[in-house]
Design a protein around this ligand. Sequence first.
Ligand code: ADP
Length: 255
Amino acid sequence: KKRIVIKIGSSSLTSLQGEISRRKLEKLVDEVVRLKDEGHEVLLVSSGAVAAGYRRLGCLSRPSSLPEKQAAASIGQGLLIESYSDLFISHGYVASQILITRSDFSDENRYNNARNTINVLLERGIIPIVNENDTITMDFLKFGDNDTLSAKVAGLVDADQLIILSDIEGLYDDNPSDNPDAELITQVQEITPEIEAVAGEPGSAVGTGGMRSKIDAFKIAMASGISSFLGKASNPDIVYKAAHNEAVGTYFSSD
Ligand code: ADP
């Protein structure tokens, strides 16, 4: 039995129009259910609150200003959890919502309290769904969409594995959108400066910031002795295969 933290980015949960894709949500839930049926403990870190809420805010497309994003997230977070909850219930599992802020990790009392709460949920077979407290936190988008948060949560609950699902097969030795000859790196034993370099500069051009925050996340997980995996959310059975170490993607592990 493993304790597994799965992080999914909004790009892997949305349609081309930027709304939550029911099909993608169902695919993820089906994969989590498969692990639950095998007896594993699973915690989800899910983005997607803005995507789930912007239409009901009255926006025609995904808003770009921070107050509008946060207003959309305020509507969407509940709707997103409701969708997850309905899907999990139909398979006989209970989901719960945990909203977390980065400062929760620097206060010992709050840290211990969060850990105790999540432990109770996991031990009772419930699937906690964690998101950053988007409506309050100012800088939630600067930090790369829950990546480092998921690594901190994995450390908090002493997870056996962190699985990050994205729109790409794994970590490449160069940005594949600029370089068609970039090759997939299947195993990373240490986050060296070379590995950091292939992910690009932090906060630079669009697309590279996303991989950079993932590398930061894997660094955090490795420092806690947690092995990780990066793979493509849309690949069939990706979560199941990643948990059984037989997926195509990038494994991060120091042993
Ligand atoms: P998500 O929304 O799933 O968190 P992001 O879009 O933020 O994902 O980050 C993934 C993107 O990072 C990829 O689609 C790719 O364009 C870009 N990228 C930049 N450098 C690399 C690299 N070395 N290997 C893989 N992807 C990279």
